[in-house]
Design a protein around this ligand. Structure first.
Ligand code: COA
Length: 368
């Protein structure tokens, strides 16, 4: 059977970043202003110690720092662009995709399909992916998809299936995540969670990639189970409901504790059954690249998957620097932490989040 292989990855990282201390100072200034106006109930202060301890996050990259840190605004300022200018998501994607194509040694004109897989899309249509196709000069077709935090792994499965079925030979999957725009920076329980980034992955038929280092995809598995515990009610029907006011549920809302409790067994069982069906043992795994939402969550899943305490570097975290970047998190970890993995090394890329959704990709390193 034809297999798909990952031959290139790329990461676009915004220039500006916000430390927990900077974020908390802005939040507390906002809280003080609200409280001076008589907020009822009063807005409690946030704490950098709490954020680091509860989540493992120390800073996050954002497209616009000044808007987020302005206590009179508390969200990014991203000026509207004319229809004949590249959209923001497409611009981020082109940057990450250029790096991924260069690493793969693949020209844009050799790509048959572009999938823009992300938690939010900048407009309803035309698809951001089709704009990326035009900006980069790729062939074939392109489409957008959204499976929230699992968009990247679901996108990899979709592309790998098309390669396996023979409808395409090479695919580009991009994950531009502007999480700063759906985050409610005025909510103390979650204001620290997200950051902005874009990742890109190039997939090729294994036989076309035989002359290059690659990660051959052994198998993929996706699963979903409905939950309201991570939800955003914004959508195209908003106007019809006369609901254009500034409403909390028109941004990201979560029951963090419940998500933590429910997603851990879901993900652990998902990985265990995927590996068992693929005939992989815990000892076969050299690296575990997990979704980046919470350090304790990842430590727990790492221990479950490996059946022991992960050695340093075996289950790399990037969330201390990037925070939760939705679908891009596991791909940033995969892209940046491949050191020391030679021919025959095995690993798992796994994402999980809203939906609920969980996606896993078993990969094996092959030398030319
Ligand atoms: N600063 C100080 N205190 C804070 C705070 C902040 N920024 N945010 C919350 N607190 C307080 C709460 O009010 C609560 O106080 P109480 O005990 O007096 O009621 C206490 O800290 C614990 O809050 P809780 O929300 O239960 O914290 P937590 O330990 O569950 O950590 C998360 C919060 C969000 C870090 C954690 O639940 C998480 O990461 N969950 C998984 C999320 C996830 O994977 N989501 C996927 C999204 S794509």
């Amino acid at each position: 059977m034809t297999r798909a292989a990952i031959t290139g990855t790329g990461v676009f990282t915004p220039r500006e970043s916000i430390t927990n201390d900077e974020l908390v100072a802005a939040f507390n200034a906002y809280a003080d202003r609200r409280n001076a106006e008589g907020a009822d109930p009063p807005v409690p202060h946030s704490s950098a110690e709490f954020i680091t301890k509860a989540s493992g996050i120390e800073r996050r990259y954002v497209l616009d720092k000044s808007g987020v840190l302005d206590p009179d605004r508390m969200y990014p300022k991203l000026p509207e662009r004319a229809d004949d200018q590249p959209s923001l998501m497409a611009e981020m994607a082109v940057d990450a995709a250029t790096a991924a194509l260069s690493q793969a040694g693949v020209g844009a004109s050799q790509i048959d399909a572009v999938i823009c897989a992300a938690s939010n899309h900048e407009r309803a249509y035309p698809a951001i992916a089709i704009e990326i196709q035009q900006l980069m000069g790729t062939q074939g077709f392109a489409f957008d998809m959204n499976v929230a935090c699992s968009s990247a792994t679901f996108g990899i499965q979709a592309a790998a299936d098309m390669i396996r079925a023979g409808s395409i030979r090479k695919a580009l999957i991009v994950n531009p995540e502007i999480c700063s725009a759906h985050l409610e920076w005025r909510d103390r329980d979650c204001h620290f969670i997200f950051g902005d980034v874009c990742t890109a992955v190039v997939l090729e038929r294994e036989e076309d990639a035989a002359q290059k280092p690659r990660w051959t995809i052994d198998s993929t598995r996706c699963a979903t189970q409905f939950s309201n515990n991570i939800r955003n009610n914004d959508g195209f029907l908003r106007r019809t409901r006369d609901a254009m006011e500034d409403r909390r549920d028109m941004q990201f809302v979560q029951e963090g504790r419940k998500v933590f409790k429910e997603v851990l067994p879901l993900v652990s069982n998902h990985i265990a059954s995927h590996m068992a069906d693929a005939g992989w043992q815990a000892d076969d795994l050299d690296r575990v690249w997990l979704h980046q939402a919470n350090k304790s969550m990842n430590d727990f899943i790492g221990r479950k998957v490996l059946g022991r305490e992960p050695e340093p570097g075996e289950q790399p975290n990037i969330l201390q620097d990037y925070a939760n970047t939705s679908s891009a998190g596991s791909i940033i970890a995969f892209s940046k932490y491949q050191d020391g993995l030679g021919d025959g090394a095995r690993g798992i890329i796994c994402s999980f989040g809203a939906g609920y959704s969980v996606g896993s990709v078993l990969v094996e390193r092959r030398a030319p």
